[in-house]
Design a protein. Structure first.
Length: 247
């Protein structure tokens, strides 16, 4: 029996590839591999779909150095899929390996897309409300010791007073056995804040980074592990998609 993909699988792979490519702002390479047969296609069933991409740009400012996605069995609208429009009839579970460069992370972090989705943080500091607003630009550095370094400025809004504070922080990436851990957080000398405020802020940040799931445009993403190397970040993730998101 030939190891070559069936013609129907090849046709569906090409159609899905064209559909994904049309949603991307740019892509160096993108390949789609479908496992199915004619009877399953007619029934709207696909055994699996694999996607491999290099240099993918979405939302104009968000670039992925590489991505590999593998699904389990997928239920789709076969006619729409052959036209390049992928519509899921049922939720699908996928695994993904995503690589981001330090440069791409910083570009995305300071993009309009992220700025519009980064809300202020409201803290309760000994019965007083303090609102923290992140100011841009922010910078991330991926160190050679496997840690993530952050630096930037925040605005502290309390009562009728607002002041800016520069900060630097170091985080340890998520592993199989531990969530993201905030190792250090310090303010620029001469711009310090009170200990109660630091305690409230650390508690809030730990609450955010310990969340195992993130929801985004029809998908729920769970980052399983993160590997930091000088200049790059590799993430292994599980994704449950109710629909293919609009890129």
């Amino acid at each position: 029996m030939s190891d070559q993909p069936r013609l129907e699988a090849q046709a569906l792979s090409q159609a899905i590839k064209l559909g994904l490519s049309s949603q991307l702002d740019d892509a160096e390479t993108i390949e789609v591999y479908v496992e199915t047969d004619l009877l399953k296609v007619v029934q709207g069933k696909v055994d699996s779909i694999s996607v491999e991409g290099q240099g993918l740009t979405i939302q104009e400012d968000i670039r992925l150095e590489s991505i590999e996605v593998q699904t389990n069995q997928v239920s789709i609208n076969p006619l729409m899929a052959l036209l390049g429009d992928i519509k899921l009839d049922q939720p699908v579970d996928t695994t993904a390996r995503i690589v981001l460069t330090e440069s791409d992370i910083n570009h995305a972090l300071n993009s309009a897309y992220v700025k519009d989705r980064l809300p202020p943080l409201d803290l309760d500091v000994e019965g007083r409300k303090v609102t923290i607003v992140v100011k841009f630009p922010l910078e991330i550095r991926l160190s050679d010791v496997g840690k993530i370094h952050f630096s930037g400025t925040i605005a502290l809004n309390e009562a009728d007073k607002t002041r800016s504070v520069g900060f630097a922080a170091v985080a340890c990436p998520r592993t199989d056995t531990q969530p993201i851990l905030l190792e250090t957080f310090c303010c620029v000398p001469g711009q310090g804040v009170s200990i109660p405020l630091i305690i409230a802020l650390m508690s809030k940040l730990q609450e955010i980074v310990r969340q195992p799931y993130f929801a985004l445009e029809g998908i729920i993403l769970r980052i399983k592990t993160m590997e930091v190397e000088p200049g790059s970040l590799t993430m292994q993730a599980e994704i449950r998609a109710n629909q293919i998101p609009s890129l």
